[in-house]
Design a protein around this ligand. Structure first.
Ligand code: FES
Length: 334
């Protein structure tokens, strides 16, 4: 059965608006420009359980910003959340705020954890591909694969060894299953060679920069549609350009309501305008929280979440970005 990635509710506020206080237990530099932060409960109660691939939203003080960071610790440890925060060179927002302000003893507000990049563990083998700070969700997944006794490999690429977080910890935990590629040292992960032979018993989980993920997707184009599962840092689909879009209709199965999605609107905009509260977070096709089931009509998928196989199935869509093909009416399960 198709499992929705997130609950969709009508007339209720989104639950992810609820935040909790956590205490910063430790901040340490784990690589150039990367702070490893350990957060513990602020009131002594255990933290919520989480699964590999989950992230938390960190509220950046009074700036009005919040930023998502993948959890990179041990999912079985209930006492702490661990994140690794890269200070982006151009950042004047979240990551620079974290680096400038967060210190041991502080109390932060966070939301989550939530997981839009699940490790299912239902293939015989898992291949984990990480680029740069993309190692954070991958490290938790690899730990889980090891705990479950699944065959797995980790392939971790970075520009310089000093800029790569968690290498020592990964090497200690995974030994020869860890493969490290460092551009500065002339080593690189050759995706075309590695994935030349499609394997129906292997799933590939990847997180990293857009260029790396595009190359990986191209190298896995001949693999089964659900083999590659990817988490992107940013959307590469561009912003909505009303001059290039057309309006279409969306029919809501439960109420029979028919909404027009204008060329300058998303389906999510139209739903919210009609007071139908669909959970949403990133609003750019990255997180999966605005997913709805599609019962009729062809979807022009523009998200970065669904696998190729899921797109081809045409039975779900991300309402914050995806549209109808050729102005067709879509019928959705709401
Ligand atoms: S709100 Fe994140 S994918 Fe739509």
């Amino acid at each position: 059965m198709l499992e929705p990635r997130a609950a969709v509710r009508i007339g209720e506020p989104s639950s992810h608006a609820v935040s909790r206080a956590v205490k910063v237990e430790r901040v340490s530099a784990c690589a150039d420009r990367i702070a490893h932060i350990r957060l513990v409960s602020a009131d002594g109660r255990p933290l919520p359980r989480w699964t590999p691939g989950s992230h938390i939203d960190v509220v950046c003080g009074e700036t009005g910003l919040s930023r998502q960071y993948s959890l990179c610790g041990d999912p079985n440890e209930r006492a702490a959340f661990e994140i690794a925060v890269l200070r982006e060179p151009e950042s004047r927002g979240g990551s620079s705020w974290v680096h400038a302000n967060v210190k041991a003893g502080d109390v932060l507000r966070i939301r989550g954890p939530r997981n839009h990049f699940r490790f299912t563990g239902d293939a015989k083998k898992a291949v984990f591909i990480a680029g740069g700070i993309g190692i954070t969700p991958v490290s938790a997944m690899a730990r889980e694969a090891k705990a479950r006794g699944i065959d797995y490999e980790i392939h971790y690429s970075g520009a310089r060894r000093a800029s790569m977080a968690l290498v020592g910890e990964l090497a200690a935990l995974h030994g020869e299953r860890l493969h490290v590629y460092v551009s500065e040292e002339g080593t690189r992960n050759d995706f075309a060679a590695r994935f030349a032979q499609a394997d129906a018993d292997t799933h590939i989980y990847a997180c990293g920069p857009a260029r790396m993920l595009e190359a990986l997707e191209a190298s896995c184009a001949h693999w089964p549609g659900d083999a590659l599962r990817v988490e992107h840092f940013a959307s590469t689909k561009g912003v909505l350009d009303p001059s290039k879009e057309e309006a279409f209709e969306v029919e809501l199965k439960d109420s029979g309501l028919v909404l027009t999605v204008r060329a300058d609107q998303t389906v999510l905009d139209a739903l919210q305008h009609a007071n139908i509260d669909v959970q949403s977070d990133c609003r750019e096709g990255l997180c999966g929280s605005c997913e709805v089931r599609v019962l009729k009509g062809r979807v022009d998928h523009r998200d970065m979440v669904l696998t190729r196989g899921e797109r081809e199935a045409n039975d779900r869509m991300m309402t914050c970005c995806s549209r109808a093909c050729g102005g067709e009416r879509l019928v959705i399960e709401l």
